[in-house]
Design a protein. Sequence first.
Length: 310
Amino acid sequence: MKLNISTILLMLFVFWYIFFIRRDHLSIDTPTGAYQITFKMIQDPTPKTYCNLTHNCLVWDEFEFSDFIDSGVFITTYVVDVEESRADPYSPFLKEVGRKEYYISGPEAFQMKIEHTMVSRHHSVSQRLLIGSFPALNQTFDGTGPDKINISDLISATNLNLEEPSDVRNQENATHRQRGSILALKIKYKNLQVPGFLGRVNDWFPKDWALVYPFYPQDYTYSYSVDRLKNSGYKISDVIQRSSTRRTVRKKYGIRIYLVQTGLIGHWDIFKLVFVWMGSYAIVLRFWQNLSLCLRYVWPASAPGRVHID
């Protein structure tokens, strides 16, 4: 096959497709990691406007209103205590003998502090060595300490008003504060973003190339995003055994925060690139050979303007 302008253009197209679209010069990892969440009071959690004569309010500290469960944390906003009793210690039957409902005053007065570590197949980096951001809250994190996010800001970022009627099915008479909600808090790690073709952003340029191209400005970074799962409430139940015949079933409603660590981490893979390039070259070669055969035998030789491709 002769190296003509058509072949060169096709090879350039394949080169562009491999690097910019498929990113076959990279080994892409989806990171995961570990995290630790703590809470700190940043303002006075005094009773708010949602407290009234019908529902009492209690002030709980960060150890009382938060429960650490799989993949995140639960923040209590409303509690229903149901007192139950049985006739004798061996009876399986219980009946309700009392009920108490109350708000937990001031969960929004606390700040959530998050420390996290990114782990992938080729990389393991602590949050203290990374630069991060939370675009929805206009916050940046410089790695000098844990990431500090106000609970009130996190709730506002999802346009959730706890005093509005709940969107949980058949629970419209209660508020979001009384029935809870679910938030998905994502930490996305990356080292693959630079301005691309026509101003677009292409995730194809890895941090590893900084060893070859010292002008590359970026390092590993991360960013937060938060979404609310609509039409969903959340509660957890605890049983407090008072005696052999009495117990309290505590139903706690509140904000369930799922914390998800994800992203794209690129690692330069020369062997993968060589194999892909060799395969692409073979495909281009076969394409031109087949096209040449079609033009040679399908297009009559006497046709005016016939083009012959060697």
